[in-house]
Design a protein around this ligand. Structure first.
Ligand code: NAD
Length: 496
């Protein structure tokens, strides 16, 4: 089945078209049980199209062909330089179709066009090229032991890797996993979020043109409890790379323990602290902190949603943050419009969850500075919201909201704020603003997080490792570190 839509928007005029089947063994096919899932436009709440939804039977087929492809047409059979060339070609194709991909992402997620352009598509292309470059540079070591013995290591692929991703950066998250997985010789069975499957299908349509052999990448759309669970339990999948909620990450880890002890890497939720000291450059701190929590409608795992502000600048900071929140609200609208900086939340369920947290903020005693309600009656728009005078025990301070809601907490001393910031089950990212470089380093080291931003927030880079600590997960993506995430080390001992 095909999906086609003509768009006449400011940034994209033209046709969107893609196949809505499952992509298995280099072909689009219907799911064995014929199920479908509706895909919604969150700007209007209306259905865009429906796509095939797989079941465990489709997962079985996809894993089998991926395993066969690993043995016959990929893996270490294919020189790294060839795998790299294919990834470069895929990057070129994604770039060539970049505008259509952006339009699909904007339509399906409600993210502003500028975000799709500057983050989603940019990183999707860059990450393919980054790992294309690595594909022929994954080496082991020679280890001198005794005179009559030689030992060396090989970094071998796992075989079939399972990839499961959420809906906030649909194609980008998928490629941050697929690119290093393929570069290191694995084959892939991937499940996009059932909420945002369109760009993964668009990608699937480009794979053979890029030279990716059949079976090397398979896309099985469908629901988590069916397709995702089947992948997590599958005995031939040797590794799962997951991005999503802590709840589901835990289930995947359990499934691994109950099946074949597959290696799991988890990029999970967060409730990241962002600390503004009295001596910070306030203008910069407000700019970065507001982007840190409102960017992409707050649908960012690393969102700096707990903002700790030192007492001397507290009132001024809160006022300025509220003003930015209101300016984001004023620039809310059709995500395809060039001036839009804030769009609708990605789904109705998610929108309702966020509204629930806003109610909890109000009834829990926090001071509402701006926002605090939905915008309009169509689509899933939430006004950028700032709550001040929050206390560490509040629900809006403890739980991940994943929406445009900032909780601001006043603090007095460095020791006190480190303790409050670390008082979380999560440990994904953290930020801090100070002009005192000793303090910057001291606090960056003291905070329990996989990533620390000093005098900026959230400006990650594909060459720098990305991942969390505590219940935000383990395993690293991006950078050279991801080469380890997608390979296993074999030690070879040779008597001479
Ligand atoms: P989610 O965990 O509900 O879903 C993520 C994916 O897992 C989806 O594809 C879903 O279908 C699948 N899934 C659901 N149940 C499953 C099961 N039982 N077994 C296997 N797979 C299953 O998360 P979401 O609501 O789509 O995304 C939001 C969450 O993702 C937030 O918690 C956010 O912090 C997190 N996230 C983390 C990062 C990161 O890099 N750390 C990045 C983006 C999002």
């Amino acid at each position: 089945d095909h999906f086609q839509l003509s768009l006449d928007t400011a940034p994209y005029k033209g046709t969107l078209s893609l196949n809505t089947g499952l992509f298995i063994n280099g072909e689009f096919v219907d799911g064995i049980e014929g199920q479908k899932v509706d895909v919604t436009n969150p700007t209007t709440g209306k259905t865009i199209t429906s796509v095939c939804a797989g079941t465990s039977k489709d997962v079985d087929v996809a894993v089998e062909v991926a395993y066969k492809a690993y043995k016959t047409s990929w893996g270490l059979k294919v020189p790294g330089s060839t795998r790299g060339r294919i990834l470069y070609k895929l990057a070129d194709l994604v770039q060539e179709h970049g505008k259509e991909i952006m339009a699909l992402e904007v339509l399906n997620t409600g993210k502003p066009w500028s975000i799709a352009r500057d983050i989603d598509i940019k990183n999707s292309i860059d990450v393919l090229r980054y790992y294309a470059g690595w594909a022929d540079k994954v080496h082991g070591k020679t280890i001198e032991t005794t005179e009559n013995k030689l030992a060396y290591t090989r970094h071998e692929p796992y075989g079939v890797v399972g990839v499961i991703v959420p809906w906030n950066w649909p194609l980008m998250t998928l490629l941050c996993k697929i690119a290093p997985a393929l570069a290191t010789g694995n084959t892939v069975v991937a499940k996009p979020s059932e909420i945002t499957p369109l760009t993964a299908l668009k990608l699937a349509g480009m794979l053979s043109q890029a030279g990716v052999p059949p079976g090397v990448v398979n896309i099985v759309n469908g629901y988590g409890p069916t397709v995702g669970e089947a992948m997590s339990h599958h005995p031939l999948i040797r590794k799962i790379s997951f991005t999503g909620s802590t709840l589901v990450g835990r289930r995947i880890q359990e499934a691994s323990a109950k099946s074949n002890l597959k290696v799991v890497s988890l990029e999970l939720g967060g409730k990241s602290p962002n600390i503004i000291f009295d001596d910070a450059n306030i203008e910069q701190a407000v700019k970065w902190a507001s982007m840190g929590v409102f960017l992409n409608k707050g649908e960012a795992c690393i969102a700096g949603s707990r903002i700790f502000v030192q007492e001397g600048i507290y009132d001024a900071f809160v006022k300025a943050l509220g003003n930015v929140g209101r300016s984001f609200d004023a620039a809310t609208g059709d995500p395809f419009s060039p001036g839009t900086v804030h769009g609708p939340q990605a789904s109705k369920v998610h929108f309702e969850r966020i509204m629930g947290y806003i109610e909890a903020g109000k009834s829990g005693g926090a001071t509402l500075i701006c926002g605090g309600e939905r915008r309009g009656n169509d689509g899933y728009f939430v006004k950028p919201t700032v709550f001040a005078d929050c206390t560490p025990d509040m629900k809006i301070v403890r739980e991940e909201i994943f929406g445009p809601v900032a909780s601001v907490i006043k603090f007095k001393t460095e020791e006190e704020v480190i303790e409050m910031a670390n008082d979380s089950t999560y440990g994904l990212a953290c930020g801090l603003f100070t002009e005192n470089s000793s303090r910057a380093i001291r606090v960056a080291h003291a905070l329990e997080a996989g990533m620390a931003f000093v005098n900026s927030y959230g400006n990650t880079d594909i060459s720098v490792p990305f991942g969390g600590s505590k219940q935000s997960g383990f395993g690293r993506e991006l950078g050279a570190y991801a080469l380890d995430t997608f390979t296993q080390v074999k030690a070879v001992h040779i008597n001479i």
